[in-house]
Design a protein around this ligand. Structure first.
Ligand code: NDP
Length: 449
């Protein structure tokens, strides 16, 4: 059977077993296209049915979350935790609060997380959780009541040696604090059960910055591989949340020019470049005022607001999608390439559609998939777990050095497994295979479980 027939047969079976889960199908396809031929060349994995087992989560917990809004009305939401694989360590992955959260989205995220965590070299399995709760426009008290109710159920499924959740879209320091407080209260234990905690209660320096910084470090390494630098490069960034803010901060520190950011309502294009001062305005706007990115143009009138649009039509050298899944369509990718974009480093999880990835790969531009490029966040979460276990805190400098080293190491692994004879590096293939090998070898060692 040819490898494309094999892939088709495998995907048909997966789609039959998981109907109505397009994001999960997409994520598995992205991995299986490289892993199936690799397995064929390494039959020990085939006999043990490793890929078949890895596409079935260890378990999925789904539960009701009831809370009372400020008017006294009772609201009902659905909560989930997908525990995908604990082959190489406790389940680890974020919690997402967004009204579009479905089981399919959390399954794709948990699946990806297993490979990503493996790439970091740290002992962490993969998981993901969340709820269809929409935090936008909710008061602080409503957020608190929801988080407490969510944790009241979740706490029986997690633990420092079992499953250690973190933040994601809609879950930042505030939400982690409410959930950690509730866990501590119910279980009467102070343990590193969540990461992304406040510095006063077991959090780690650099965690807030880690994903965004890591995305830029990965791009720095891809450019260095070609003898180039970030300095002077014109960059388009999407999103204006945690990942986007710190990607922009690091890009500015390394001398790049950032001309776009966005939120779910639209994008801003600032031809003069977003400076450190303008970034501080955005951080305050998003973290304190919880306002919309369009307000940037009231403050800086030279910038234009692209209502309802994404930034990919703006010419740039490098693109950093840092908002959400499938935010770069095939047409967006074509536009980026036509306008001279030479590299993409994915800050968000699976922000490029299959068509977009095909376009980048056909154009042979540098393409860093999220499981490699945004692994810095979970890597520092892993270091937060280490610090919690050792009951000590490392300095900012020490953690930044460790983060830099881990990103460099992930880049090296991707080159090892993704470089072809003509010197071109397929980072997607490299990340998929490098992430797979460690998990697969652990599964082989355990026998059939
Ligand atoms: P935040 O909630 O802090 O920010 C998300 C940003 O994306 C906001 O600007 C938001 O706009 C925008 N956004 C959300 N949904 C959509 C949508 N459907 N269409 C367009 N824009 C949207 O989340 P993070 O920055 O933490 O996460 C961003 C991405 O990075 C996610 O894919 C996440 O999984 C991934 N990631 C995050 C990590 C972390 O450490 N935080 C680690 C690894 C990956 P608005 O304000 O309008 O909602």
């Amino acid at each position: 059977m040819s490898s494309s027939e094999q892939l088709e047969e495998f995907m048909n079976g997966l789609i039959r077993r998981n109907p109505g889960e397009p994001e999960f199908h997409q994520a598995v396809h992205e991995v299986a296209q490289h892993i199936l031929p690799f397995i064929q060349a390494n039959p020990k994995y085939e006999k043990a049915q490793i890929l078949q087992r890895l596409t079935e989560p260890d378990r999925i917990v789904s539960f009701r979350v009831c809370w009372e809004d400020d008017e006294g009305s009772v609201r009902t939401q659905r909560g989930y935790r997908v525990q995908h694989s604990n082959a190489i360590g406790p389940y680890k992955g974020g919690i997402r609060f967004h009204d579009n959260v479905t089981q399919s989205i959390l399954k794709f995220l948990a699946f990806e997380q297993t490979f990503k965590n493996s790439l970091t070299g740290l002992p962490m399995g993969g998981g993901k959780g969340g709820s269809d709760f929409n935090p936008k426009g909710k008061s602080d008290r409503e957020i608190m009541r929801f988080c407490q109710s969510f944790m009241t159920e979740l706490c029986r499924h997690i633990g420092p040696f079992t499953d250690v959740p973190a933040g994601d879209i809609g879950v930042g320091g505030r939400e982690i604090s409410y959930m950690f407080g509730q866990y501590k209260r119910i279980r009467n234990e102070f343990t590193g059960v969540l990461t992304g905690k406040g510095l006063a209660f077991g959090g780690s320096e650099i965690r807030v910055e880690a994903t965004g910084y890591g995305v830029v470090y990965f791009m720095e390494d891809m450019l260095a591989q070609k003898g180039e630098k970030l300095e002077g490069k014109v960059c388009a960034v999407s999103g204006s949340g945690n990942v986007a803010q710190y990607a922009v901060e690091k890009l500015l520190a390394l001398g790049a020019k950032v001309i776009t950011m966005s939120d779910s309502s639209g994008a801003i294009h600032d031809p003069d470049g977003i400076t450190t001062e303008k970034l501080a305005f955005i951080k305050h706007l998003k973290e304190v005022k919880r306002g919309r990115i369009s307000e940037y143009c009231d403050e800086y009138p030279n910038a234009r607001y692209l209502d309802g649009k994404r930034p990919w039509g703006v010419p740039c050298d490098l693109a950093f999608p840092c908002a959400t899944q499938n935010e770069i369509s095939g047409e967006d990718a074509t536009l980026l390439v036509q306008n001279g974009c030479k590299g993409v480093s994915e800050g968000a999880n699976m922000p490029s559609t299959k068509e977009a990835i095909d376009t980048f790969q056909k154009a042979r531009i540098m393409f860093a998939p999220s499981k490699a490029a945004n692994a810095g966040g979970v890597a520092v979460s892993g270091l937060e777990m280490t610090q919690n276990s050792m009951r000590l805190s490392w300095s900012r400098e020490e953690l930044n050095q460790r983060l830099r080293a881990i990103m460099g190491d992930i880049h090296r692994k991707c080159v090892q497994y993704g470089k072809s004879d003509d010197g071109h590096v397929d980072y997607l293939k490299g990340a998929n295979i490098a992430g797979f090998v460690k998990v697969a070898d652990a599964m082989l060692a355990y026998g059939v479980i």
